[in-house]
Write a protein that binds this ligand. Structure first.
Ligand code: ATP
Length: 313
């Protein structure tokens, strides 16, 4: 029998008073995969996350976690789920290991070996006996993830885990998420504003905008869809007419032509000879993959326009 998805959400709706924060959200996340939840501020990401972990009760829809109904039978469904929803809070006067032990005790005893194992997984093995008061912000984030791995959780839900981290801290969390998923087979749902991070770590991406899902799919496929071929050439006053006109044609400050063609090598090979015959010298020919950021900005443009109006930029 196939393993059930780690998360299966269908038709999720949540209103706060008259405000519709989540509208008909549906998605599945297979076991061992990483899903990046993206959206502008106030899009509804935390509401989805809180609905999964039982901090918010949705108005309608279903949430199944490892095949169990999380709305009907929350304790059972969330038995192997760890979450870091807000900045993790620890006792500063206790060591990292003692903090984990005291927090883990709430849900049952955890062996010292397991405590040390999760500290090692998040790169804090050498800091196990250090007081948390002396930890950097990034170390506390890692300790939060260590805590969410206890006792033997298989699904992690991380709400903006890189918030407030410096570039090294961000890289550290990226590597940790990759390691947890690839080496430990842990399923991860991660929300973030850092699109380049999500692009690197998440197989699947779900973009939420004003409570609705506006894009969901395999990251690689979504980005491949918008690929282009970039051509830069000089020596032309005007462009010759081409069988397939470029998607974009502009002259840069150096007077060179910058052209973007749809990613179709066969069509392009019919165009290049015409450019060269018209006197062009080819300076660059390179594939250009659309970034998640470009895709995100295009899809959530009305939010950007509102921000531009607001800040006069
Ligand atoms: P951010 O990226 O800023 O954290 P988000 O995508 O996580 O945003 P949510 O926190 O889910 O967004 O909030 C979605 C909308 O619901 C926002 O407009 C927010 O103001 C509203 N909202 C969230 N919680 C409540 C609440 N308890 N009562 C009323 N409105 C709420």
């Amino acid at each position: 029998m196939n393993a059930p998805p780690a998360i299966a959400i269908s038709g999720l709706n949540k209103r706060y008073g008259k405000f519709h924060a989540c509208r008909d959200i549906s998605f599945e996340l297979g076991q061992g995969q990483v899903l990046g939840l993206l959206g502008p501020n106030g899009a509804g990401k935390t509401t989805i996350i809180k609905s999964i972990v039982g901090l918010v009760h949705p108005d309608s829809g279903s949430i199944r976690v490892f095949g169990q109904d999380a709305l009907e039978n929350r304790a059972e469904a969330l038995r192997h789920v760890g979450a870091v929803v807000e900045a993790p809070v620890f006792y500063g006067f206790l060591s990292a290991r003692d903090n984990l032990e005291s927090l883990a005790r709430l849900s049952g005893p955890v062996s010292r070996e397991r405590l040390d194992e999760v500290l090692a997984v998040v790169g804090l093995a050498d800091n196990a006996n250090q007081k948390v008061d002396t930890f950097s912000y990034g170390m506390k984030q890692r300790l939060g993830i260590a805590q969410s791995l206890l006792p033997d959780n298989r699904l992690l839900i991380l709400d903006e885990p890189t918030n407030g981290l410096d570039p090294h801290g961000i890289l550290g969390i990226r590597l940790l998420i990759r390691k947890l998923s690839q080496e430990h087979g842990i399923t991860i749902l991660v929300s973030s504003h850092l699109l380049s991070e999500i692009e690197e770590i998440a197989e699947q991406v779900l973009i939420i905008h004003q409570g609705r899902c506006i894009l969901h799919g395999i990251t690689r496929e979504l980005l491949a869809h918008g690929s282009l071929i970039f051509v830069r050439c000089r020596g032309l006053e005007a462009l010759p007419s081409l069988p397939l006109p470029p998607l974009r044609a502009e002259r840069n400050e150096a007077g060179e032509w910058e052209l973007e063609f749809a990613d179709d090598a066969i069509a392009l090979s019919a165009q290049l000879p015409q450019l060269l015959a018209a006197g062009a010298t080819l300076l660059e020919l390179s594939p250009r993959r659309q970034t998640l950021e470009e895709l995100f900005i295009a899809l959530t443009k009305d939010t950007q326009d509102a921000a531009s109006d607001r800040f006069g930029v």
